[in-house]
Design a binder for this molecule. Structure first.
Ligand SMILES: [Zn+2]
Length: 331
C-alpha cells in the first residue's frame, strides 16, 4: 500500500515515476506462483465475442454508490481472519510484483445476471466491498470464470455463507459467495465455464445474489477492470495488474449495466429485483439461535416461515442436524 501511495504522491515527478516503472517491469518478469501439475488443456469454445474496447480508467465507485442497493458484506477477509490450517494463505504482500500481465482471454462469465452492487468502499458499513454482486436466483448455476483448481469450499455463517475459491492457471483467484450448493470438491480441476456451485442467499446476505471477487496474489481487483458485465465479455485479452490501478473499473457505466439489467429482467421474468422497489429483499436478514431440542419444523413455525424456505436461505437440506447455539437465517 505504501508503494502505491508514494507513487501517487510522486505522480507529478516524471523522473521518479520512470524509476518506479522500470523497477516494476523487472519485478513482473520474475516467475509467479503456478499450480502444481497445472493442466493446459485448450478449450476455445467458451469464448464469447470480444469487444474492441478502448481502455478508460474511471473511478466510478463514488458515483455508483447512490445507484446500487447497498448490502452489508462479509466481516472477514478470507485471506486473513477466519483462515484455518486447511487453507493456508501462501501470499505475502511483499512478494507481489508491482506489475503483472494476466491472460484473461479464455473466460466464462460466472453467471449472466446484472450487477446489483459495485466494488469499492461502502460508507454505510465503513468497509471495503472487495467484489461485485451479481443478481442470481437460488439454484442458478454458477460457473468457473477461468481454468483452474478448487482451493477452498467452505462455509462462513456471518460472511460469505457457502463459498468457493478457485485458483486459476492465469494466476488469478476468484471467489464465489452466498452459494446454496457446491458442485465441486476441494482440489478438483475445473475449466472455464464448468458448473461449480448453485447460487443462493447464505451467509451475510439479504436477497439471493452472487458475491464475486477477482484476486491476484491476495489483492482484490475490481472485477469491472477485467469483465465487461453489460456486454458479458472481458474488456481485453490481457489484464495488467498494477498496485496503483487494481481497484479501478474499466469501461464501466452504470447506464450500460441498467440497460443490460432491463434486458435480463425481460428475459427472466421471475427474477426479483433487489432494493428500492422490493420491500422483502431490502429488509434486513433475521437470525435465530438454535436451542436444544429444536427441529427445522419448530423453528419454521416459530418464525412464521417454512422448512423449505429455511433450507434455501441457509443452503441446508431438511435432514440437516441442528447444532444448539449456532444461528440459522430465518429471513
Ligand atoms: Zn458482495
Amino acid at each position: 500500500m505504501q508503494f502505491s501511495q508514494i507513487t501517487r504522491n510522486l505522480k507529478t515527478s516524471f523522473i521518479l515515476t520512470l524509476i518506479a516503472g522500470s523497477w516494476a517491469i523487472t519485478k513482473a518478469e520474475q516467475p509467479t506462483y503456478r499450480l502444481p501439475g497445472q493442466h493446459q488443456q485448450q478449450h476455445g469454445d467458451l469464448m464469447a465475442s470480444r469487444s474492441n474496447s478502448n481502455i478508460k480508467v474511471d473511478n466510478t465507485t463514488h458515483f455508483l454508490e447512490s445507484l446500487f442497493n447497498e448490502e452489508e458484506e462479509p466481516e472477514y477477509d478470507i485471506y486473513t481472519e477466519g483462515w484455518n490450517s486447511k487453507h493456508v494463505n501462501c501470499y505475502n504482500a511483499a512478494d507481489v510484483p508491482a506489475r503483472a500481465k494476466i491472460d484473461v482471454s479464455r473466460f466464462s462469465m460466472p453467471h449472466p445476471g446484472y450487477l446489483t452492487s459495485p466494488y469499492g468502499y461502502r460508507k454505510r458499513f465503513k468497509r471495503m466491498h472487495k467484489g461485485v454482486d451479481i443478481k442470481v436466483q437460488v439454484g442458478d448455476t454458477i460457473r468457473a470464470a477461468f481454468d483452474g483448481r478448487v482451493r477452498i469450499t467452505n462455509y462462513e455463517a456471518r460472511g460469505y455463507g457457502y463459498y468457493v475459491v478457485l485458483r486459476h492457471t492465469n494466476d488469478l483467484e476468484t471467489v464465489y459467495g452466498h452459494l446454496s450448493k457446491f458442485l465441486v470438491k476441494d482440489d478438483q480441476y475445473v475449466k472455464a465455464g464448468d458448473p461449480i456451485a448453485l447460487g443462493g442467499n447464505t451467509g451475510r446476505s439479504t436477497g439471493s445474489h452472487l458475491h464475486f471477487e477477482t484476486r491476484y496474489m491476495g489483492y482484490a481487483i475490481n472485477p469491472c477492470a477485467i469483465f465487461d458485465f453489460a456486454n458479458q465479455t472481458t474488456h481485453t485479452d490481457y489484464y495488467t495488474f498494477t498496485k496503483e490501478t487494481y481497484q479501478d473499473a474499466r469501461n464501466f457505466s452504470a447506464e450500460a449495466n441498467e440497460r443490460y439489467a432491463a434486458e435480463y429482467r425481460k428475459a427472466n421474468p421471475n427474477v426479483r429485483t433487489p432494493g428500492k422497489s422490493s420491500a422483502t429483499s431490502s429488509s434486513p436478514a433475521k437470525y435465530y439461535t438454535i436451542k436444544k431440542g429444536d427441529t427445522l419444523a419448530r423453528i419454521a413455525t416459530k418464525n412464521h416461515t417454512t422448512v423449505k424456505k429455511l433450507c434455501a436461505l441457509n443452503g441446508i437440506s431438511s435432514s440437516k442436524k441442528l447444532k444448539p447455539g449456532t444461528r440459522l437465517k430465518v429471513k
